[in-house]
Design a binder for this molecule. Structure first.
Ligand code: ATP
Ligand code: MG
Ligand code: FE
Length: 338
C-alpha cells in the first residue's frame, strides 16, 4: 500500500504519500526559513519546536489531498538521519508512534539516500548503474550507484559543502539569509568575464572537492572592488561559474572513471539553473544522460523520503515495530556494564 513519508531533518517539514503502483499521490511542505532569517541561520531548538507544531497538521492535509485515510497506508517512512538531532527526533517519534498505533511497518530513511533517489520521482527515471552528484547544504559527494542501496563514495568535500559555499559567500557579500538562492538570482544579472575565480582541485587527479578557498577569493575580490550593485552581480556570476564548472569537471571525470552513461544531480544546489544547463549541455555533447529532480524536490521534501521508504519496504526492510519482552532470557547473555 501507499507509504507516508516524513522529513524533519533541518528547517523544512515535509510530508508525502508515495504509492508503489500509482506514484506520488500528494506532498506538502512547510519551510521555517522566515523564522530563522531573523537569526541569520537555523536555530536548532526553534526548528524542533516548529516541527512539533507543523507536522501533524501537514500529515492530515497530505492524506486529505491524496484522498486517503490512515487505514489505507502500508507503511510510514521518516528521515532517521543525518540532521539536527532534535528535529530528527520529532519526525521519528511521530512516524514511529503513528506506525505503531496502526500496526504498520516504519522505515527509517537516510536523508542523503532520499536526495539521491529524488530524480526517480520524475518521468523517465534513470536506471542504475549511474553516477550521482549530491550537492546540498551539508554535503558535496560523488557516488557510484550500482543499484538502489548499493553506493560507493567516489569523492567528497574536504571542507565546505557546495550549498554551504553558496550560503557563506552570499553572507560575505552582504546578502540576507538564506543566501544561496539569492546569490544565484544575483548571478543572473552578472556580466561574464569581469571576475574570474579558480576551479579548486581540478588541476590534479581525484574526485574530491574543496570550496573554502574560493570563498576567501570572493571575499578579497569583493572587498577590493567598488562594491557597486553591478559589481556584486559580476562577482556572484564569477563565483557561480567557478562552482558549476568545478562540479561539471568532476562529474565528467566520475563518468569516465566508472564507465557510467547516466548522471543524477540531486540536493539543494541541484536547483541551480546554471548547473542544470551546463550539465544538460555536456551530456548532450558527450553522450551521457542527465537526470534532475523537479526544482521543488532538489531541496528537502517529504516525497523523496516516502519514495526511499517505499523502495526499501518493497523488499521487506523496515524497523521492528514490536515492543518485545522475553519469556525466556539467559542471564549470561546480558552485555557487560563494568
Ligand atoms: P543536507 O541535505 O546536506 O543535510 P540541507 O538539507 O540543508 O543539507 P538542501 O535542503 O538539500 O540542504 O539544500 C539547501 C542548500 O541548497 C542551501 O545551501 C542552499 O543555499 C542551496 N541552494 C538552494 N537553491 C539553490 C540555487 N538555486 N543555487 C545554489 N544553491 C542553492
Ligand atoms: Mg533547508
Ligand atoms: Fe537535505
Amino acid at each position: 500500500g501507499p507509504v507516508l513519508g516524513v522529513e524533519t531533518s533541518c528547517d523544512e517539514t515535509g510530508v508525502a504519500v508515495f504509492d508503489p503502483a500509482r506514484g506520488l499521490l500528494a506532498h506538502t511542505l512547510y519551510s521555517q526559513i522566515r523564522m530563522h532569517a531573523d537569526y541569520g541561520g537555523v536555530v536548532p531548538e526553534l526548528a524542533s519546536r516548529d516541527h512539533v507544531r507543523k507536522l501533524m497538521p501537514l500529515v492530515r492535509e497530505t492524506l486529505a489531498r491524496a484522498g486517503l485515510g490512515v487505514a489505507d497506508l502500508g507503511g510510514v517512512a521518516y528521515t532517521a538521519g543525518p540532521g539536527l538531532v532534535g528535529a530528527l527526533l520529532v519526525g521519528a517519534t511521530a512516524a514511529r508512534a503513528l506506525a505503531w498505533s496502526l500496526g504498520l511497518p516504519a522505515i527509517g530513511v537516510h536523508h542523503m539516500e532520499g536526495h539521491l533517489l529524488a530524480p526517480l520521482l520524475e518521468a523517465d527515471p534513470p536506471e542504475p548503474p549511474f553516477v550521482a552528484l549530491l550537492v546540498s547544504g551539508g554535503h558535496s559527494m560523488l557516488i557510484e550507484v550500482a543499484g538502489i542501496g548499493r553506493y560507493t563514495l567516489l569523492g567528497d568535500t574536504l571542507d565546505d559543502a557546495a550549498g554551504e559555499a553558496f550560503d557563506k559567500t552570499a553572507k560575505l557579500m552582504g546578502l540576507p539569509y538564506p543566501g544561496g538562492p539569492a546569490l544565484a538570482r544575483l548571478a543572473e544579472q552578472g556580466r561574464p568575464g569581469v571576475f574570474r575565480f579558480a576551479r579548486p582541485m581540478t588541476d590534479r587527479p581525484g574526485l574530491d572537492f574543496s570550496f573554502s578557498g574560493l570563498k576567501t577569493q570572493v571575499l578579497l575580490a569583493w572587498q577590493h572592488s567598488d562594491r557597486a550593485e553591478q559589481t556584486r552581480a559580476d562577482v556572484a556570476r564569477a563565483f557561480e561559474e567557478a562552482i558549476v564548472e568545478t562540479l561539471a569537471i568532476k562529474c565528467r571525470r566520475a563518468l569516465a572513471q566508472t564507465g557510467a552513461r547516466r548522471l543524477v544531480i540531486a540536493g539543494g544546489v541541484g536547483a541551480n539553473r546554471r548547473l542544470r544547463a551546463e550539465l544538460a549541455e555536456a551530456g548532450a555533447r558527450e553522450g551521457f544522460s542527465v537526470h534532475f529532480p523537479r526544482l521543488e524536490f532538489c531541496t528537502d521534501n517529504g516525497a523523496m523520503i516516502a519514495l526511499a521508504g517505499a523502495l526499501r519496504l518493497a523488499v521487506g526492510q523496515h524497523e521492528t515495530p514490536e515492543i518485545r519482552v522475553r519469556p525466556r532470557w539467559d542471564l549470561a547473555s546480558l552485555p557487560p556494564v563494568a
